[in-house]
Every structure is written in C-alpha cells, then in structure tokens.
Unconditional design. Structure first.
Length: 340
C-alpha cells in the first residue's frame, strides 16, 4: 500500500511537471521540514524553479497561495507562483536561491545587518497590509491558542511521566491560560507569519529596501498579536541572539509604532512567547514520538529557558504557578529517544 501510494504520488508529480514544461528538468532535494511538505529544486539549463510537494490530505496549498498573493501585492519578496495544482498539492515556485539567514549567520555575516532588515520587513508587513486583507486571515484566537498549548500535555507530559496528564491537572492548566491570554490582547491585531525565524528568511541583496529579505513558509499566516513575529525572530528555538542586539531590535520595531502602549506590548510579547514555547515543547516531543524525528530535541533546553523568561513577567503569574506546581525545574527536561 505504501509503495503504491508513493508510485501514485510520483505519477501525479510527473504529470504536473509535464503540463508545466518542466518534465525534463533535473530534480534535487532542496529541503524538508517538520511537516509533510518537501521542496525540490528543478534545473534545466539556465532555468531554475522550486517544486513544492504538499501531499493531501496532510497538507493544503491554498493558504500558501493566498498569502503569496497578499505578499506580492505589498511588493515583498515571496516566491512568485509559476503554476499550481491545488487538488494535487503541487506548486511551482520561483527559486530565490540558497542564502538563508541560517547559512549567512553560520558564515559570520553581520547579524545586526540581517536582523535589522528582518525587523524592517515586519514593520512593512504591518504598514502595507490592507485592513480587509488582514481581516481575511484566520485568527490566532483563544480556542486555537488553547489547542496549541495543550500539545505540552498531549505529548510532553506522557513522554516524561509515563502516563496521561490527570484531568484536574489539565483543567487547571487551561484555566491558567484562560486567565493569561487576555493580557496579551490589549494591542491591535496584526499580520502574523507564525514561523518567522532565520530558516525561513533569505538574503537577496540585489533587491531594494525590505525586498532584500525574502520570505518562505508563510502558509500558516494569520491575524494575531502584533509582537508575535518579532518574538519568534528574537526568541528562536534554534539559536541564541545577543541580548543587547535583541533589545535594540525591539526598540527599532517599537520606534516605528510610537502610539503603542509599551506595557501592553511587553505583556503580549511575554504571553504569546509563552504560548509559542509551550506549543514547541509539545511539537518537538510529537516529532520524536509520532514521526521518529529526534533532531529537534537538541533545541528543547533553549526553549525551556525562553519559556521561563516569559513566565517571569507578572502578567503570567497564574501560569507560572501552574508550572511550579506541576512541571517544576527538575521536570523540565528532554524526552529520551529510546522507545520512541
């Protein structure tokens, strides 16, 4: 059955490439990620393109296509769409190259320059997106946030404790979040990329202004807390950032929106930082236990530190008390790979 499914998928891809005139191109794996998507680079002479393979029903390319159109309308550097088969989950994309922020930072390219351009891109996103387009995006509302943070109890808790989280513990956890989440919503909603970090940013120095920062993997974009993407960039699960640079970048963002309430911004930054870090701890455990992908575990100690920093904000006191009672520092570890 698995081989037959793979054969059918190969046939669908071959048909798509034939219809779009790329059937003679060489295919090279470009990237995979924590989802079911994969990306291949297509090479034929001087021509380049990228094939997104997002197999249904696990994946849906329609949100990606919709957000790509929004970003193109704002003159930002998202990959152009050359062709798409929405039903088959196949998209032919512009190839923006290999210079991800991750690779440039590994080569010691000036991090301040790269991060400043990324923050300027976030500012442009908020300023350029029309209110009607913002309203068209799905909302990062409380029900969604509660589902996401519940991944900690669904996956991390049983992996570490050997049994499901007791219902009273789960109820207390959700009640603490319901107390805290409104404290992160005292600002106007903005565009949220949702995975705004260095793996999903490309350096395109030949393009002017904020277009020099290319955007990838924006299919989960939504309407939500204004600081969310800035927090995702500066509290990256995969790498540490110099605290002085992080503070300067926060100031750079806030200077662009002088009417924002600074305390409300700091609360939203912490509340949804805690929301994101909690979700990631559950997601990384799920990737290990369900999908057999242990590579993300190396980042979990950093994510715990980031969560603890967020929990120190007074607005998060009810949630901090829950963690101190039920997942104190001694229980904040990394699941074992053996037996996954």
């Amino acid at each position: 059955m698995a081989d037959g499914g793979r054969t059918a998928r190969d046939q669908a891809i071959a048909g798509f490439l034939a219809r779009t005139g790329w059937d003679r191109a060489e295919r090279r794996l470009l990237a995979g990620d924590a989802s079911f998507r994969r990306y291949d680079r297509l090479i034929e002479g001087a021509r380049r393109a990228v094939l997104m393979d997002a197999p249904p029903p696990q994946e849906n390319v329609r949100p990606f296509l919709a957000v790509a159109r929004l970003l193109a309308g704002m003159e930002l550097s998202a990959p152009r769409i050359f062709a798409a088969d929405e039903e088959a989950g196949l998209v032919l994309l512009e190839d923006l190259g290999d210079d991800t922020y991750t690779r440039l930072l590994a080569r010691s390219i000036d991090p301040a320059m790269l991060y400043e351009r990324a923050v300027d891109l976030l500012i442009a996103l908020q300023r350029r997106l029309a209110p009607a387009d913002l309203a068209s995006l799905p909302a990062l509302d409380d029900p969604r946030a509660l589902r996401e943070v519940s991944l900690l109890l669904d996956w991390y808790w049983p992996a570490m404790r050997g049994a499901a989280a007791p219902e009273p513990v789960r109820a207390e956890f959700l009640a603490a979040w319901q107390d805290v989440l409104p404290k992160g919503r005292r600002l106007p909603a903005g565009f949220v990329h949702f995975d705004f970090h260095v793996d999903n940013l490309l350096w395109l120095p030949e393009r002017p202004g904020v277009a020099a920062c290319g955007l990838l993997d924006f299919q989960d974009a939504m309407r939500g807390p204004l600081p969310f993407d800035l927090m995702s960039l500066l509290q990256d699960a995969r790498r540490d950032i110099d605290p002085a640079l992080g503070a300067a970048l926060q100031d750079r963002f806030l200077a662009a929106f002088p009417s924002l309430d600074r305390e409300a911004f700091a609360d939203a930054y912490a509340v949804f930082g805690a929301e994101r870090h909690t979700r990631i701890l559950g997601t990384f455990t799920r990737l290990l236990k369900r999908d057999g992908k242990p590579g993300y575990l190396v980042h979990m100690p950093r994510v715990w530190r980031q969560l603890e920093t967020a929990l120190a904000r007074p607005a998060l006191a009810p949630l901090a008390r829950w963690f101190d009672r039920h997942l104190p520092p001694a229980a904040r570890g990394v699941p074992e790979i053996r037996g996954s």
